[in-house]
Write a protein that binds this ligand. Structure first.
Ligand code: FRU
Length: 514
């Protein structure tokens, strides 16, 4: 089940409780000091991942490097810590790690095509000027007009354009009418959203996440010469029908959300989000059609709606929404929900599988180090593993193991296990969630963990990623215990320096907590 859909469905029940906070505008709202203290002191709230000062966030939108800074936008509910009332929040960074909140960039326009929500979309440079193409949702004119039906909502989706009015990307001017007002005539779609735009020769190309009723997930391909008038070409790619009935077609894989499409080397990569996971397909793009050749899962855990951009050095960077797995009532109580993953650099393996690794600049966040890199036969490495003490739930752990076909790494404190990472020759299991290996060289395993409050981003050999959520406060520093036959080739752990003093609540709370 897609993380967003769960929230769609539970929205009505939780809305009343969620809308108690005053209207949000980072830096200018009146939020009570007790809430500020609670958010800034919440040990489950990340300290080096981007997240809004409070309330709910989901998908990354329109990430772009512009004017010497990284701009990240994301789905945001200014009125509560559950999904609803979608706006685009905005944050900027000099380096993809240190973030500064900016005012909300785009909000629904009453009576406009996005009156019920500014959904996901992408940024593009039009003659050097940033523009956003996103999905607006509004009530349907008639039942036949609705393109989104998930059991809780019935909406008409159209594609809208907004153009930046300043170099800080704080002010956006919307084109009043949608640039794509509805699906191509005659197509019965299961959804129609989340546009991605790129330049190809003298044309703009655009894809949309969709699916064909009783047929299966699909990506619709359009072209344009001015970003404003679009011609539908055909499906870039589609898939067979799941054959399953569901209220929400995203749950059966018959609606593909949040596509992304880009070249790496001499291949193309398509990302889609469906059935609660981001999936990759690597293949060949020719004559405006995509032929997938390999496929897999980008991240097996709490990770959805991924989106890429090129960084200042031309690397393909992947961002994803780290979703929650606790009930809405707990989110409302906590006052925040969701975080952005760390930037991951994408590449292809020798066999054309998609690989990810956190951008190496994460090293700038490292502080106190404990490590050992002795010859494999030395017991010293294992001794160091057991001496590690992780304070404050903010750390990086880099462990290289040999003879690693079966092992368990426990992160534990006085009040028991915080997390167990178990690896066999077929599976990686983190607490209750498993990932299947396709081809892993088991003689040697590189396990890389980024722990940040309730978030754990875990990578095995750059080919398996799993984002886990753990809502547990350890009674003291976390220790590591390695079980199984694996030998420790090296261990490195670092404390991580938080990117703010107040878990990124400063834009809202600085006067209140001082
Ligand atoms: C994915 C998604 C998108 C949509 C957005 C709405 O999480 O459902 O398809 O644009 O969230 O918030």
């Amino acid at each position: 089940m897609s993380p967003t859909r769960r929230s769609f469905i539970e929205l009505s029940a939780a809305t009343a409780a969620a809308s108690v906070l005053p209207k949000d505008f980072f830096g200018q709202e009146s939020v009570d000091a007790a809430l500020c203290r609670k958010l800034a002191g919440d040990p489950l709230r990340p300290q080096y991942h981007l997240l809004p000062a409070h309330n709910w966030m989901n998908d990354p939108n329109g990430p772009i490097f512009f004017g010497g800074r990284y701009h990240m936008f994301h789905q945001y509910n200014p009125q509560g810590a559950i999904w609803g009332n979608m706006n685009w929040a905005h944050a900027t960074s000099p380096d993809m790690f240190h973030w500064h909140h900016e005012p909300i960039a785009i909000s629904p326009t009453p009576g406009g095509p996005d009156q019920d929500g500014v959904f996901s979309g992408s940024a593009v440079l039009d003659n050097g000027k940033p523009a956003m193409i996103y999905t607006g949702v509004a009530p349907p004119h008639s039942a036949a007009d609705a393109t989104l039906r998930d059991g809780a909502h019935t909406w008409r989706e159209s594609q809208c354009l907004a153009v930046a009015q300043d170099n800080q990307l704080r002010t956006w001017k919307k084109v009043a009418e949608p640039v794509i007002s509805g699906p191509p005539a005659g197509l019965q779609v299961t959804g129609f959203r989340d546009p991605v735009v790129w330049r190809e020769g003298d044309k703009w190309m655009l894809i949309l996440g969709s699916g064909f009723r009783d047929k299966g997930g699909a990506i619709l391909l359009y072209s344009s010469s001015d970003l404003r008038h679009w011609t539908y070409l055909h499906p870039l790619v589609d898939a067979p029908f799941s054959g399953k009935a569901a209220v929400n077609p995203v749950d059966t894989g018959d609606m593909w959300e949040c596509p992304d499409f880009f070249p790496i080397g001499n291949k193309h990569v398509l990302l889609i989000s469906t059935m609660g996971k981001v999936r990759w397909k690597v293949g060949t793009y020719a004559d405006h059609r995509f032929e997938p050749e390999r496929e897999g899962v980008v991240d097996w855990g709490n990770y959805y709606a991924a989106k890429t951009m090129l960084d200042r050095n031309g690397r393909r960077i992947l961002w994803g929404w780290i979703s929650e797995s606790r009930p809405d009532a707990d989110l409302i109580k906590a006052g925040w929900a969701g975080a952005m993953s760390l930037p991951r650099v994408l590449s292809l393996s020798a066999t054309n599988e998609l690989e990810t690794a956190v951008a190496p600049e994460v090293e700038m966040l490292r502080s106190a180090h404990v490590g050992s890199h002795e010859p494999e036969t030395s017991p010293q490495n294992l001794r160091v593993v057991e001496e590690v003490r992780i304070q404050n739930l903010a750390a990086e752990v880099d462990l290289h193991l040999s003879n690693a076909s079966e092992f368990r790494l426990r992160l534990h404190s006085g009040n028991g296990d915080f997390a167990t990472i178990a690896c066999s020759d077929r599976e990686l299991t983190v607490n209750q969630t498993s990932a299947r290996f396709t081809n892993i060289p088991h003689s040697s395993v590189k396990l890389h963990i980024f722990l940040d409050g309730s978030v754990m981003e875990i990578f095995v050999n750059e080919s398996i990623a799993m984002t886990a959520r753990v809502y547990q406060i350890p009674s003291g520093p976390l220790r590591l215990k390695l079980e199984g036959d694996a030998k420790v080739l090296s261990i490195g752990t670092w404390e991580i320096i938080p990117i703010s003093k107040d878990r990124l609540t400063g834009s809202m709370c600085s006067q209140k907590t001082a």
